[in-house]
Design a protein around this ligand. Structure first.
Ligand code: ADP
Ligand SMILES: Cc1cn([C@H]2C[C@H](O)[C@@H](COP(=O)(O)O)O2)c(=O)[nH]c1=O
Ligand code: ZN
Length: 191
């Protein structure tokens, strides 16, 4: 292997990183993910985007924001599929990360150590305000964590919780405004 290829290989392996975008529903997580991924595509980097097969809310294959902004993605049923399909590219995007299995932090670590820039969006808390799936592990090992906020529908302050409007105790319940509304710390405690 020529010296410059070796240097490039080392430098590209050094270029890996994990970025997490988290917050409540309607806080702009998907919008920010799409923005960062579109910039990588403009920079002509090899980008692969994944979402959990369970997320069929707006579209079967596309990542879609509440503003109907969208970007093509590959639905997968496990984090190991991301490792398989994402290790030959420069940038990997993951939406709805809260729905993935607990192996996702390890998968993202392996990808970043191979030089991949990994950008992840997901709910940090569920409707009860509890940590959601692999999100705590992802936030712990990330170079950067960006917490975004929605507007509390009750009082207009910054919202960090997703209040469930319907009587259902299941942790996973797909939905949008008919089932959830963003609330601040004070209003989350109200009926
Ligand atoms: N209460 C709210 N606070 C902030 N944005 C809201 C609210 N309700 C609806 N939105 C819309 O949701 C968009 C964010 O959508 P999206 O990025 O898909 O959010 P997330 O992925 O965090 O659920 C905002 O740009 C805004 O147009
Ligand atoms: C709080 C909460 C949400 N969900 C579901 C509802 C939506 O389908 C997604 C989150 O979507 P968004 O991109 O953040 O708007 O997750 C859930 O299943 N369980 C919950 O506790
Ligand atoms: Zn409030």
């Amino acid at each position: 292997m020529l010296f410059n290829e070796e240097v490039f290989k080392r430098r590209s392996e050094l270029g890996g990183s994990v970025e997490v975008i988290c917050g409540s529903m309607f806080s702009g997580k998907t919008e920010e993910l799409i923005r960062r991924l579109r910039r990588a595509q403009i920079a002509r980097l090899n980008v692969e985007i994944f979402k959990p097969k369970t997320d069929t809310r707006y579209h079967e294959t596309e990542v879609v924001s509440h503003n109907q902004n969208s970007i093509p993605s590959t639905p997968v049923d496990s984090s190991s599929a991301i490792l398989l399909l994402g290790s030959q590219v420069q940038v990997v995007g993951i939406d709805e990360a809260q729905f993935f299995d607990d192996e996702l932090p390890n998968v993202c670590n392996i990808l970043a150590n191979k030089g991949v820039r990994v950008i992840i969006a997901g709910l940090d808390m569920d409707f009860q305000g509890k940590p959601f799936g692999p999100m705590p592990g992802l936030m712990a090992m990330a170079e950067s964590v960006t917490k975004v906020h929605a507007v509390c529908v009750k009082c207009g302050n910054e919202a960090l919780y997703s209040y469930r409007l319907v009587p259902n105790d299941a942790k996973i319940l797909l939905g949008e405004m008919e089932s959830y509304e963003p609330r601040c710390r004070h209003c989350f405690g109200l009926e």
